[in-house]
Design a protein. Sequence first.
Length: 163
Amino acid sequence: MRFLGRSRAGLRRLDGDSPLRLVLLLCSFALTGYAGVRLLSGDWFGIALWIIGAAVLHDLVLLPLYALADRAVAAVLPAPAPARGINHVRVPAFLSGLLMLVWFPLILGRQELRYEHATGLSADVFWPRWLLITAVLFGASALWLVVRVAILGWRRRPGARGA
């Protein structure tokens, strides 16, 4: 019994948490390794090239664009606006950009024939739906900002509860 207590303490020092967490972490690494071996068994060069290209594209092209867009939004918003106010632009822009990144061949109409042959459905709905989703995201974010500002103004009002 004394050995078990010492080994658990050693595992806890190694991982910083319970031994169960360490076992689950090792199982997740094993599953990831298995999936990687299965994925790379076919066209491993093409997949590796795609992953490296995506990393380079993100780090050298998209990240500077994110930073530039963030600074532009911060410059347009008034100076005393809290940093969380910028998030009402960041979050819908990020989600809209993520949808564009995932579905851009269909949104831009580059794979219409392939999609229509594979599914039997029309691909001309992706552009208007992406625009609608983007508008709803920005509209919901603007509405949430208005609610936040109204609640903040109500709390700062003299004689309001909680002030």
